[in-house]
Design a protein around this ligand. Structure first.
Ligand SMILES: Cc1cc2nc3c(=O)[nH]c(=O)nc-3n(C[C@H](O)[C@H](O)[C@H](O)COP(=O)(O)OP(=O)(O)OC[C@H]3O[C@@H](n4cnc5c(N)ncnc54)[C@H](O)[C@@H]3O)c2cc1C
Length: 230
C-alpha cells in the first residue's frame, strides 16, 4: 500500500482521506496549516449551496454522489445536508426551453428533476412574482451542505481507520526555501516517498517537485518532512 500525503483538510482533503481509507489506503497523513476542523479555507466560510444539474454528465453525477454521501453523514445526530430543493426560473420562452433541456441533463445523470408550472413554483417559493413566471426547473434533492460539519465527520472517520491529521503545519515547496531551511533550525529531515495530493484549493502559486513541511511537532511528527513528489 502506498504512503499518501494529502495537503489541505478542507472538504476536498477530508473527502479524499475518507474515500481512500474506506478503500483500505490507511497509511495517510493529512497536513493542514489551519486548525481542525474549521481550518479557515473556502470550506470554512462557503454557504455550501449544491446545484446538481450540469451540462457535463460526469459533473452532474459527481454532484449527485456528493448529495448522497453528505445526506448519510451525521454530525451531533443531525444530517450534513439539508435537502431544501432548488428552483431555476424562466420568464422568457427561450429560457423555459432551456430549462427543459437542463431537466434532461439532470435526469440523464440520475437526478430527480422536472419543469413545473408557475403556480407550483410560486407555491414552493411565495416571494416569486407569478405573473412574470413561465415555469421553473425544480430539483427537490438540491440543497445546502453543512461543509464544516461534514469535514469533521469525514476527518474523524479517516482517523478511526488509521489516517493521521497534522494541523498548524504549513507545507512549503520551493527550492530556495529548501536550502534556507536546511541551514536553519528545521534540521530534522526525513527522506521518504509519498504519493502527494494537493487539496489546498486553487489560486496559490504552483510548487516545484521538492516538498517541505514546517510547523509544530504535535502527534510526534517531525518539524520538517521531506517528501519526494511521486
Ligand atoms: C465566499 C464563497 C462562497 C462559496 N459558495 C459555494 C457554494 O455555495 N457552493 C459550492 O459548492 N461551493 C461554494 N464555494 C466554493 C467552495 O467553498 C470550494 O470550492 C471548496 O470549499 C473548496 O474546498 P477545498 O477543500 O478544495 O479548499 P479549502 O476549503 O480552501 O481547503 C484547502 C485547505 O488547504 C489548507 N492549505 C492551503 N495551503 C496549505 C499549505 N501550504 N499547507 C498546508 N495546508 C494548506 C488551507 O488552510 C485549507 O484548509 C464558495 C467559496 C467561497 C470562497
Amino acid at each position: 500500500m502506498p504512503k499518501i500525503v494529502i495537503i489541505g483538510a478542507g472538504i476536498v482533503g477530508c473527502s479524499l482521506a475518507d474515500e481512500l481509507t474506506e478503500r483500505g489506503y490507511c497509511d495517510i497523513v493529512v497536513i493542514e496549516k489551519g486548525r481542525l476542523w474549521n481550518p479557515g479555507g473556502s470550506t470554512s466560510h462557503a454557504p455550501g449551496v449544491v446545484f446538481q444539474t450540469n451540462g457535463s454528465r460526469t459533473m452532474a453525477q459527481f454532484a449527485r454522489q456528493t448529495v448522497e454521501k453528505l445526506s448519510c453523514l451525521r454530525h451531533g445526530g443531525e444530517t450534513c445536508f439539508l435537502k431544501v430543493g432548488s428552483l431555476e426560473i424562466a420568464t422568457t420562452h427561450e429560457r423555459l426551453a432551456d430549462l427543459h433541456r437542463r431537466a434532461g441533463f439532470a435526469m440523464s445523470a440520475g437526478i430527480n428533476a422536472c419543469v413545473i408550472s408557475s403556480e407550483k413554483a410560486s407555491k414552493l417559493h411565495p416571494l416569486l412574482d407569478r405573473k412574470k413566471l413561465l415555469g421553473a426547473l425544480y430539483v427537490p434533492d438540491d440543497g445546502i451542505a453543512k461543509a464544516v460539519e461534514a469535514d469533521e465527520v469525514m476527518g474523524k472517520r479517516s482517523i478511526s481507520r488509521g489516517a493521521k491529521f497534522i494541523s498548524d503545519c504549513e507545507v512549503i515547496a520551493s527550492s530556495e526555501r529548501r536550502s534556507r531551511h536546511r541551514s536553519s533550525n528545521y534540521t530534522r529531515i526525513i527522506p521518504c516517498r509519498y504519493r502527494c495530493f494537493l487539496c489546498r484549493n486553487l489560486g496559490t502559486k504552483d510548487w516545484s517537485n521538492g516538498w517541505h513541511v514546517k510547523g509544530n511537532s504535535a502527534f510526534g511528527t517531525p518539524t520538517l518532512l521531506h517528501c519526494t513528489y511521486a
